[in-house]
Design a protein around this ligand. Structure first.
Ligand SMILES: Nc1ncnc2c1ncn2[C@@H]1O[C@H](COP(=O)(O)OP(=O)(O)OP(=O)(O)O)[C@@H](O)[C@H]1O
Length: 292
């Protein structure tokens, strides 16, 4: 049976502050991207799913198991937090082995599965390196290895690519895609590019509420026929910025090539172009249909 997460009418509070507002969501096997600005409620949702934060209100089941059965849920989920760190003075192998002991794995099983996992995350050559000596990208990959050590059906990863160089980001994304072939991987990010290339299902969270749930192409369709480019003088730029949602600006001497969103053709020299996911995200976040 393939994995499934079902969330119904989830409300989450920190004292009087409501961080999640009537969240309803079904997540199926594969990569799921949770997109939203800082403070949107992504970490809160992930912590609730990982049973690290007690749910305030609502119903959640993971593969049919209610979230209240936290021992079983924890066996089914792996979690890589935003601020992951582990045993800096141990070597990569020692740290993994220690975590294996803590999660009750036998010596034989640890010996068999840890090298395989390190190979999967491309750290086998670094098994004798101390954790504190790893690069940012390597540390994140070790974080993934520890999160899937107990072979969970769900992997939850919070803002994993912040601070990684472009090459490491691509490598990390590819690793998550591989892992998602047989699991649900939930990836939270505020970087549109992270989900564009990898996630079939996405949701956009804003101030605790979903603005969009669906596919990446469905999101792009929302901005279809509304994205324009135009070469304008630098003096005209403030007026364009005032009137439209500008998604990119490229300097060309005294002129600029500006890309923006407008409901109708704004002026004769503006050329319509194909919408991208970043355009659609900006359109959604700034209120569809409205001029800014
Ligand atoms: N422990 C807490 N006590 C009070 N308010 C909190 C607490 N943790 C988070 N919040 C608030 O809840 C809201 C959602 O925060 P959350 O960390 O879930 O957002 P996020 O989308 O993960 O943002 P970021 O990417 O910055 O982590 C924010 O307004 C935040 O200030």
């Amino acid at each position: 049976m393939s994995a499934k997460i079902k969330i119904e009418h989830l409300n989450q509070y920190y004292g009087k502050k409501q961080a999640l507002k009537d969240v309803n969501l079904t997540i199926h096997q594969g990569m799921f991207g949770l997109l939203g600005r800082n403070g949107a409620g992504k970490t809160t949702l992930m912590k609730v799913l990982a049973t690290l934060l007690p749910k305030s209100e609502g119903k959640i089941t993971i593969c049919g198991v209610p979230l209240e059965n936290s021992a079983k849920i924890r066996r089914m989920t792996g979690y890589l937090p935003q601020d992951f760190s582990m045993y800096p003075n141990m070597t990569v192998y020692e740290a993994m082995d220690y975590l294996g002991v803590l999660s009750g794995m036998s010596k034989a099983l640890r010996k068999k599965s840890i090298p395989k996992l390190l190979e999967k995350v491309n750290l086998l050559d670094h098994q004798k390196t101390k954790v504190k000596a790893l690069s940012g990208g390597m540390k994140r990959r070790l974080g993934i290895a520890q999160a899937i050590l107990h072979n969970p059906r769900i992997l939850i990863v919070d803002e994993p690519t912040a601070g990684l160089d472009p090459e490491e980001r691509v490598r990390f994304r590819n690793l998550l895609c591989e892992i998602a072939e047989e699991r649900i991987v939930i990836l939270s990010t505020h970087i549109v590019g992270d989900i564009e290339a990898t996630c079939e299902q996405i949701a956009v969270l804003n101030e605790g509420e979903f603005l969009y749930q669906g596919t990446v192409s469905g999101l792009i369709e929302m901005a279809d026929g509304k994205v324009y480019t135009a070469q304008i003088s630098k003096q005209e730029l403030p007026r364009i910025k005032e009137k439209y949602i500008v998604t990119s600006i490229l300097a060309l001497g005294n002129n600029v090539m500006v890309r923006f969103i407008a409901d109708q053709k704004p002026f004769a020299s503006a050329k319509i172009c194909e919408a991208g996911v970043e355009d659609a995200y900006m359109y959604l976040m700034n209120g569809e249909g409205s001029e800014v």
